[in-house]
Design a protein around this ligand. Sequence first.
Ligand SMILES: NC(=O)C1=CN([C@@H]2O[C@H](COP(=O)(O)OP(=O)(O)OC[C@H]3O[C@@H](n4cnc5c(N)ncnc54)[C@H](O)[C@@H]3O)[C@@H](O)[C@H]2O)[C@H](O)CC1
Ligand SMILES: [K+]
Length: 505
Amino acid sequence: MKIFTAAQIHELDNYTITHEPIKSIDLMERAAKTITRAIMDEWTDRTPMVIFAGPGNNGGDSLAVARLLAEENYKVSVYLFNIHNKLSDDCAANKQRLIDSKRVGHFTEVTLNFDPPELTEDMVVIDGLFGSGLNKPLIGGFASLVKYINQCPAKVVSIDIPSGLMCEDNTYNIHSNIIRADLTLTLQQKKLSMMMADCQKYIGRLRVLDIRLSKEYIDKTEANCRILEEQDVIRLLMPRDDFAHKGAMGNALIIAGSYGMAGAAVLATRACLRSGVGKVTVHTPRRNYLVMQTAVPEAVMQMDHEETYFSESVDSTDFDALGIGPGLGLVENTAIALIGQIRRTSCPIVADADALNILANHQAWMQQLPSGIIMTPHPKEFDRMAGSTSNNDYERLIRAQQMAEHIKGYIILKGHHSALCMPDGHIVFNATGNSGMATAGSGDVLTGILTALLARGYDKGTACQLGMYLHGLAGDLAAKEVGKESLVASDIIQFLPKAFLKLED
Ligand SMILES: NC(=O)C1=CN([C@@H]2O[C@H](COP(=O)(O)OP(=O)(O)OC[C@H]3O[C@@H](n4cnc5c(N)ncnc54)[C@H](O)[C@@H]3O)[C@@H](O)[C@H]2O)[C@H](O)CC1
Ligand SMILES: [K+]
């Protein structure tokens, strides 16, 4: 699914109106019918509905919904906020339709003073104050109204987007003046702010409603951000040749583990082996020998000269991909070996965990990274690498996007919806995964998967998309079996085969 900007959404709206063609008021009616059906799926006509409508088309939608619910025998009270005595045309038309229908129990047009109704637990508030046309933070009377709604015990449904929330950047928003919805019914496409973990508290549960806006516009319009879906991923899968032999299926090298962190090497290596690669070699400190041989007998061992840490870069000419970083530790010898390794490696590289922490500690090295490098930081690792803390998830995302463009690399910012920032500035959000995967070792597994896919011959952008999707999907399948609370990183590996099978089906 493409994620359009507020400006593009507006264009999409207009394009639909002129090309379908359909009158804008009829399009609003179509949207309102879809929204009404979604509300009726959730609450019966015994639930009193209180509608707060704004002066624009979001308000127009909600007035139409009020009328349609009343026609379905819902008890409906409506407050239309028209403090500047200026309604959009379709909002004004829907005000008239609502008055004419005579079905709505209570209708107040607020022009000056507002006496708020009592909102009780059994009620549902429909928030149609502002939608994608919001252009500045809410203040004054609207801010007070938002606060009043937020502290009431009623359930809150937002139409299109919680009022007060911007579609994209909320850095300079006033967060106390944003509706905290229980359910958001967004129209046609998700908005960028809906992908941010720190905006989830406003959005609540999210449903995307298809209001049949122009498919032609959606298909032909370039979007900077998109959400990865199963059908996209299935198209990315390479078939496995029936006559494949291990030599042709890729040769991966994992450099991981230090004394006390052998587990990270085990997880990355096992995940790599489970992701379709022909052969995996793991380079790790001597003392990990027994652990590795026992835990991952399928892997080839390559022992470092040192007992407890990675000390010297190795020849990687025979390998098709390198995964480096899990459990590596931060000693200075390792740091020097790491940059040496990155410099002498010509195959694709995945750098994770301590590889990223080392780069963060040696900012000058950040400028020397080979183009095409793949880095998989979680937010804290990213902030360390970027040399600054971001105030919010949007700011961090934009920084990651800029960094990916600058170093011409791929950055997978891990999180609620992991975001892949590509060297050309595009951002791809992952839709799989769950909170149970926020557990030690989960990132090491991703490193292993990515390294395998690269070695197997996927190009970097494809490997990143496929890798993060499979990682999340395996986590979702694991969570179904063991629950999110008990999920550990090994479970993700255990469910990788089922994740591949699901895509291949
Ligand atoms: N494309 C679609 O999917 C469809 C969307 N619909 C609905 O239309 C709204 C967007 O409507 P629009 O009229 O453009 O904007 P709003 O209703 O969000 O508000 C515009 C209104 O508010 C003023 N304003 C903006 N910011 C503030 C502020 N901080 N304080 C006070 N006033 C503010 C602005 O000047 C305008 O007057 C979309 O979300 C959908 O709900 C269509 O109905 C169907 C197709
Ligand atoms: K709204």
